[in-house]
Structure formats: C-alpha cells, structure tokens
Design a protein around this ligand. Structure first.
Ligand code: FE2
Length: 200
C-alpha cells in the first residue's frame, strides 16, 4: 500500500517539474516541491473513514488529458489519504466538515513529516463553498479534476483541470463548486506552514 503513495509522490513531482521549467512565480513554487527531499514516512496510510469518502469515486471523473496520469496514480491512494477537516467550526455552515477536506501526505502532521513544507490533496463535494480564508503559507494548487470558481483578492475565475493557481501569503481566497466535485493537488511553503487558515 505504501508503494502507491510513493508512486503518487513521484508522479506529483514529475507533473510539477514540467511547470517548474517556466521561470515565473508559479514555476518557482512548483520547483520548491520538486527539490524537496521527502523523508521516510513516520506514519502509515490507513483506509479513511472520513465522510469525504463518499465523493471519492466522482472526484476523479472530471480530469483532462493533462491530468490523466496523475489522476491514475492518485486513484488507488485516495481512500487511504488521511482526510481531515480541522478548521474552526462555523455556526452558519455546520456541514462544512462533511463536504470538504484535505489529505496531507507531507507536512507537520502528515505521515511524511516536514515542519516547513506541506503537500497533499484537497477535495470539495459538489455545490460546496470553501469560504473566504487566508493563511501565512504560500499556497500552490493544481486542479486535477472538476471545474470550480476560484476567487483571489475578490477576482473570480472558473478554473479547470491542469490549471495552476497561486495564493500568496495572507491573501484572501475561496472556491465554489457547482455540479462537479473538485480534486486538487496543493503545496504550502514559507516561514509558517503550521498556522492554519482563518476564515474572513
Ligand atoms: Fe488556502
């Protein structure tokens, strides 16, 4: 089972390495992950009992030829990622933890331990708003499957598979899915990858 996690890391690095050949803000962020040394895992990947499991099959159905290889590597790993939602609870959106979350592979609390860099996958169910939030870490996303509306600093755009999105440190951003779930790869870098997101 750990084998397909290792293959997923390798395929993720290959994917980001292509983008890292372009020397711009996104390319430089992608290059940080490519260069990151991945430690031996200190935890294991067990089958998840997260409520997000119900979205998993659908979540990988809306990819593109660009993301097909990475989705193929990701699919067998999806049920075993440590899916969680550990942000502050919101009285106005009590269902949020059942509709969105992330499975972190590398990070301060992930099976591959890294205090200064995170890498994982975010999943949003259909018709779900990931509300406006910010965090000190610089965040790079790659959409793997699903079209959704992405908003950064008040500017919204529909993004689809293969698109890269950079959220600079402490800039407010949100995502809204419609009739497709969203599956995306993310990385967090910078001085502080421990402080969680805060809602606006
Ligand atoms: Fe974010």
């Amino acid at each position: 089972m750990q084998d397909f996690i290792a293959r997923l890391i390798e395929e993720s690095k290959r994917f980001l390495n292509e983008r890292a050949q372009i020397d711009d803000d996104i390319g430089q962020e992608a290059a940080k992950f490519v260069a990151r040394e991945i430690p031996a895992p200190s935890g294991t990947f067990e089958k998840s009992d997260s409520p997000l499991i119900r979205w998993i099959e659908d979540s990988a159905k809306h990819g593109s030829s660009e993301t097909a290889n990475l989705l193929k590597a990701l699919k067998p790993a999806l049920p075993f990622l440590p899916w969680k939602y550990n942000y502050e609870l919101r009285a106005d959106m009590p269902d949020l933890g059942n509709r969105m979350g992330w499975g972190e592979i590398l990070g301060p609390e992930a099976p591959y331990h890294d205090e200064h860099f995170c890498f994982g996958f975010t999943l949003l169910g259909k018709n779900t708003l990931y509300p406006a939030h910010y965090h000190p870490a610089t965040e790079l996303y790659v959409v793997l499957s699903g079209h959704a509306e992405w908003t950064l600093d008040g500017v919204s755009k529909v993004r689809g598979p293969g698109e890269f999105i950079l959220h600079p440190s402490n800039h407010v951003h949100s995502m809204q899915t419609r009739d497709e779930p969203l599956l995306a790869l993310y990385t967090w870098s910078g001085e502080d990858v421990v402080t969680l997101s805060k809602y606006v």
